[in-house]
Design a protein around this ligand. Structure first.
Ligand code: COA
Ligand code: AMP
Length: 639
């Protein structure tokens, strides 16, 4: 265990970030070491380790093989939905990755090309990501719960040379055909990828063969394995789209050099792991947690990673997580609070936990959404290990605030707080006018620039949006989009988004995007979508629609149609199930919908009526509306 203390390292990382991170950069294997830590580009954006040369797939695989660890297990695929477990050594994984990279090269993929990956949680998804990294191609993984329309938006933005997909995914007890969704997305998109590589899972899903389809297995048979391609530290490794406050998702760029250094650093210092240990992040490769902590960090650091194809419940029951921990001797686990809530609901007394030997588990890390106190305590009581809430975002790629378990001493957990800023992140709470908030005073959570390595250097193809969305609000700071406060002891509390992004079961979604879909309904004159509290998923979206004059549509009919539209356009993961019909929406005199107040009314919380409100009477109407139409949810919260 690291003998250094957090306070000293944190100070060093803030006072002299270049020196601090050059020291950390020495922990990974470069083909050419960077001479410089930080550089600025023509936009004034920061880049780490310019001039350094490396390859992320080499670091994740070949490096360990060169060090005699070829037979160690790199990846455990545990799939309750197919009732199978497969283990891949570093050598086996490297052979698959280098062969697929060879196949992609045959198809014309070169360094700097983009490739979209739309796959379920199967080893081939990890192989595809690493094969892109091997070639210096830039992957963009799209979560399988997104509909063809969303995939098409990403195709048009990333302009991939090819797409890699599978015939199907499995959602608890149903097969989701992926390939037809890819076909539909390509049809909708303006940009046309040259080819689609299809991994046939042989689960019986319909598999229409297009003339540009390439069978994954056949390609692997004919391809020659290839070596890694050297890339610059500042070259993009991947683009990951995440929800913004408009209908168009933002392409977060991750570089190769800063990312590798941050991944290595975080495994040791935040998660407190040793190489060779088993680490399990129960997320999906379509999200940032999957990128960083299923694929890249554990492999770069030389751990064994678990790729779990299932859910915390129903696959087959609420004991699945504990079985995986026990079967594979997981030392550190990472999941979202919603997963724990789902388990707690099924097994409140933790009876199922007692059936498994989980003595190897050291810590449970939670992130993705606010961790409520009862979930934290339940997990602590049941598992008897430290439960660590930590805060981060797709943009940063690794934790901003955490209890860093790699240091000799840790902080006492304060429920509701993700603890202290991670080394490298100068977290500040700012007021609207940019001045520093006092201790305990709630404000905007911002991070003083430069951000540490591994964080986003820019947005894909949209530097202007990068400035507008993150850098403009507070000069010299990165604005996170979250609100929060720091208490007298320096603990950071994140209170929630201050924009129109919501977190549904730990999935980040944009209400603006859903509003666009609802507004398209022929009977809807105007609408808004807000995130309301939900016992299981943390938040769920709810739409409020005002009907066009003369519309005779029944409420249930509108709800059914809108729910279906959102499912079709955004995907089932949006979880929009409720649509209310209002006479009018509360607005400011300038016409801005007062979403925050609607949210407060829905959650049964106190709110202040702003002086800019156009007609305060509407609030009473909205309250009545909730009482009438939200029977169930509203009753529980308010009545
Ligand atoms: N492909 C296709 N459909 C998908 C999908 C995928 N990869 N992932 C989810 N969906 C679908 C689900 O089948 C569901 O469809 P339905 O409305 O027809 O039932 C819908 O999207 C919502 O999915 P989900 O949020 O997973 O809800 P659920 O009710 O099936 O499960 C939980 C609830 C709490 C168990 C589940 O949300 C969960 O495991 N959450 C943890 C998520 C997580 O790890 N997030 C972390 C990111 S760090
Ligand atoms: P994503 O980019 O999908 O990882 O979502 C990032 C957002 O999720 C953050 O901006 C927060 O709003 C929320 N979030 C993530 N982790 C936490 C946490 N530990 N506590 C509170 N909110 C969190």
């Amino acid at each position: 265990m690291e003998q250094r203390i957090y306070e000293q390292d944190f100070k060093d990382s803030i006072n002299d970030p270049e020196r601090f991170w050059m020291d950390q950069a020495a922990q990974i294997q470069w083909f050419q070491k960077p001479k410089q830590a930080l550089a600025k580009d023509e936009h004034g954006f920061y880049h780490w380790f310019k001039g350094g040369k490396l390859n992320t797939s080499y670091l994740a695989l070949d490096y360990h093989i060169e060090n005699g660890r070829g037979d160690d297990i790199a990846l455990i695929y545990d799939s309750p939905v197919t009732q199978s477990v497969e283990k891949y050594s570093y050598l086996q994984l490297r052979d698959r990755v280098s062969r697929l990279a060879g196949g992609m090269q045959r198809l014309g993929v070169e360094k700097g090309d983009t490739v979209i990956i739309y796959m379920p949680m199967i080893p081939e998804a990890v192989v595809s990501m690493l094969a892109c990294a091997r070639l210096g191609a830039i992957h963009s993984v799209v979560f399988g719960g997104f509909a063809p329309h969303e995939l098409a938006i990403r195709i048009d933005d990333a302009k991939p040379k090819l797409i890699i997909t599978a015939t199907s995914g499995i959602e608890v007890d149903r097969i989701i055909p992926y390939k037809p969704m890819v076909d539909e997305a390509i049809q909708k998109a303006t940009h046309k990828p040259e080819q689609v590589i299809v991994y046939n899972r042989k689960l019986g899903a319909v598999r229409p063969d297009g003339e540009n389809d390439i069978d994954y297995a056949t390609l692997m048979k004919i391809a020659d394995p290839v070596r890694w391609t050297e890339v610059d530290a500042t070259d993009p490794l991947y683009i990951l789209y995440t929800s913004g406050t408009t209908g168009k998702p933002k392409g977060i760029i991750r570089d190769n050099g800063g990312h590798a250094v941050a991944m290595q650093y975080s495994m040791k210092h935040i998660y407190g792991l040793h190489p060779r240990e088993v680490f399990w992040a129960a997320s999906d490769v379509g999200w940032v947690v999957g990128h960083s902590y299923i694929v890249y960090a554990p492999l770069i650091y030389g751990c064994t990673t678990v790729l779990f194809e299932g859910k915390p419940v129903r696959t087959p029951d609420a004991s699945t997580f504990w079985r995986v921990i026990s079967d594979h001797d997981v030392k550190v686990m990472f999941t979202a609070p919603t997963a724990i809530r789902a388990i707690k609901k099924e097994d409140p007394e933790g009876e199922l936990i007692k059936q498994f030997d989980m003595s190897g588990l050291r810590y449970l890390f939670l992130a993705g959404e606010r961790c409520d106190v009862s979930t934290l305590h339940w997990a602590e009581d049941q598992l008897n290990v430290p439960v660590i809430d930590h805060w981060w975002q797709t943009e940063t790629g690794w934790p901003i605030v955490a209890n860093m378990m790699g240091f000799e001493t840790h902080f006492e957990v304060k429920p509701g707080s993700a603890t202290k800023p991670v080394c490298g992140y100068n977290v500040q709470i700012l007021r609207e006018d940019g001045t520093q908030a006092n201790r305990g005073e709630e404000g905007y959570v911002a991070v003083k620039l430069p951000l540490p390595p591994g964080t986003l250097p820019n947005l894909w193809g949209d530097a202007e949006r990068f400035v507008k969305g993150y850098l403009q609000k507070f000069e010299g700071y990165y604005f996170s989009g979250d609100g929060g406060y720091i208490d007298e002891e320096g603990y950071v509390f994140i209170t929630g988004r201050v924009d129109d992004i919501i977190n549904v079961a730990g999935y980040r979604l944009s209400t603006a995007e859903m509003e666009e879909v609802v507004a398209k309904h022929p009977d809807v004159a105007e609408c808004c979508v807000v995130g309301i509290e939900d016992d299981l998923k943390g938040q769920i979206p709810m739409a409020i629609a005002v009907l066009k004059a003369g519309s005779a549509i029944e409420h249930f009919q509108l709800q059914t149609e809108v729910v279906a539209d959102v499912r079709k356009e955004i995907g089932p993961v949006a979880s929009l199930k409720k649509v209310l019909v209002a006479e009018r929406l509360p607005k400011t005199r300038s016409g801005k919908i007062l979403r925050k107040i609607i949210r407060a009314i829905a959650d049964g919380k106190e709110f202040n009526v702003p002086s800019t409100i156009d007609d305060p009477e509407i609030l009473t109407e909205i309250q009545t509306l909730f009482q009438d139409q939200m029977v169930g949810i509203y009753e529980k919260k308010v009545l």
